[in-house]
Design a protein around this ligand. Structure first.
Ligand code: S3P
Length: 166
C-alpha cells in the first residue's frame, strides 16, 4: 500500500483511532489534521474557535490541509473539512485514496456524549448538529472513493476492511 489515504467522516466516526491503527498496520506515517492544526497554531482547537470563531478555524484548516497533503501516509481529517469547497477541491485533486468512515447520527451522539474538547458540540443545539450531519453526509459520500460503515464495529475490524480495499 503506497497511496496516501485520507479518512473523512463526522466527529466520532473513528477517523483518528482507525487512522493510527491503519498506519501502524501498514507501516506508514500517520497525521491527524486536528493535531497538526494545534502544532501549527500553538493553541487548542477549543481556544482557537473561542477566540477567532469557526470561519477563521476553517481558513486555517485549509492551510494545514494543503501543507500536510505534501506528506504521504494515512491522514485523518476534522469532520468539518468537507464543508469548504476549497478543501473538497484540494482533496479531490490529490492522489490520495479517500475513505469515508460512516457512522449513524445516533452512534456519533452516543460516542461523543462525554466529550468536552470539541467546541462545536457545545455550541450547536441538537437540531443544528443534526443539520450539520445531514449537510455533510452527501459531501463525504461524493468525495470518497470508498465508504465503510462503522456502526457497532471495533476499530480493528474497520482497519481490516480498509486494508481489503487495496
Ligand atoms: C469539527 C471536527 C473536529 C475538529 C473541529 C471541528 C467539525 O474534528 O476539526 O472541532 O466541524 O466537525 P473531529 O472530526 O476529528 O472530531
Amino acid at each position: 500500500m503506497t497511496n496516501t489515504i485520507i479518512l473523512i467522516g463526522f466527529m466520532g466516526a473513528g477517523k483518528t483511532t482507525v487512522g493510527q491503527q491503519l498506519a501502524k498496520e501498514t507501516k506508514q506515517q500517520f497525521l491527524d489534521l486536528d493535531d497538526e492544526f494545534v502544532k501549527e497554531t500553538g493553541t487548542s482547537i477549543k481556544s482557537f474557535m473561542a477566540d477567532n470563531g469557526e470561519k477563521a478555524f476553517r481558513t486555517m484548516e485549509t492551510k494545514v490541509l494543503e501543507d500536510r497533503l505534501q506528506n504521504s501516509g494515512v491522514i485523518s481529517t476534522g469532520g468539518g473539512i468537507v464543508e469548504s469547497d476549497i478543501n473538497r477541491e484540494i482533496i479531490a485533486k490529490s492522489d490520495a485514496t479517500v475513505i469515508f468512515l460512516q457512522a449513524d447520527l445516533a452512534t456519533v451522539i452516543s460516542r461523543l456524549a462525554t466529550d468536552t474538547e470539541r467546541p462545536l458540540l457545545r455550541q450547536l443545539s441538537m437540531k443544528q448538529l443534526m443539520d450539520r450531519w445531514a449537510l455533510r453526509e452527501p459531501l463525504y459520500s461524493s468525495l470518497a472513493d470508498s465508504t465503510i460503515q462503522t456502526n457497532g464495529k471495533r476499530p480493528e475490524k474497520i482497519v481490516q476492511e480498509v486494508i481489503k480495499l487495496f
